[in-house]
Design a protein around this ligand. Structure first.
Ligand SMILES: [Zn+2]
Length: 257
């Protein structure tokens, strides 16, 4: 196998045997790859900083078409330092990494998703609202799970203005006039539906212009959870961790909003 070089984001690393590690990296040029790193725990192993959680680097190694890949070296190591040192930010970032891992198969070339994930981590690292960034990520990555809705108009009449709810019967939005067509519609807060419409079409840099109260954030969370339950159906530990974390958050920051 020839040596290959690619930027990559650490998805996770786990110990293997006494001295080795398995490190899963989302590479920009060859998709997700599992790397076997012999002697990873050896003192002064130069690869150590490049294997830390929440790191981007340029990885050099043998990238395999099947089975394990091997890591030889790394350069241009960029740790996301704020995420590494903050348990709340790390919680959100871990969830985004796990979602990415779940959304596409190994070795599938997906530079758009790579960039989208990297930007999310950069913005969280810069102190932007991690909850909103996570929500934008969750809405836009739905299509990688094979889930696509028309977020812009009523599934029955095409109406684009007014209040909307979500209907699984129609696989999309219903305007207020057509709510009666599905008694089992989500009964979501129309403001939460509105923000998902917005999140579907904005970049992370645009969130500076958005103010969302914690009440509406909770409604957005409920709606996304319902959509993920019904259409994606995965249960990630890191997601439960975020949900728990939100209750600590209220304890630590009682005056917010
Ligand atoms: Zn309608």
């Amino acid at each position: 196998m020839a040596l290959v070089e690619s930027k990559g984001l650490i998805l996770f690393a786990k110990d293997h045997k006494e001295k080795d590690k398995l490190v899963k990296i989302f590479t920009e040029s060859a998709g997700k790859q599992m790397f076997y790193v012999r002697g990873a725990h050896r003192k002064n192993n130069p690869l150590q900083p490049a294997m830390m959680p929440f790191t981007e680097a340029t990885y050099i190694g043998q990238f395999s078409d099947q089975g394990l890949s091997f890591l030889n070296a790394a350069k241009f190591i960029h740790p996301f330092r704020q995420i590494q040192s903050d348990i709340f930010l790390a919680g959100y970032a871990t969830y985004l990494l796990n979602l990415t891992d779940a959304a596409i198969e190994d070795r599938v070339y997906d530079p758009h998703l790579y960039q989208f994930l990297k930007e999310a981590l950069l913005f969280i690292d810069q102190g932007k609202d991690a909850e909103v960034i996570t929500n934008i990520f969750e809405v836009q990555i739905l299509q990688r799970f094979g889930v696509q809705f028309d977020w812009m108009r009523c599934a029955i009449c095409g109406e684009t203005k007014g209040k909307f709810d979500f209907s699984s019967k129609y696989n999309g939005l219903l305007c207020e006039k057509h709510w009666h067509m599905d008694e089992r519609r989500y009964h979501a807060d129309p403001r939460a539906v509105y923000f998902l419409q917005v999140f579907h079409q904005i970049g992370y840099h645009q969130i500076d212009h958005i103010q969302i109260s914690s009440e509406i954030k909770n409604e957005i969370r409920k709606l996304l959870d319902a959509l993920y339950d019904e259409y994606v159906g995965i249960h990630l530990k890191s997601k439960s961790f975020i949900d728990q974390m939100k209750t600590w958050n209220q304890v630590l920051k009682p005056k917010e909003d």
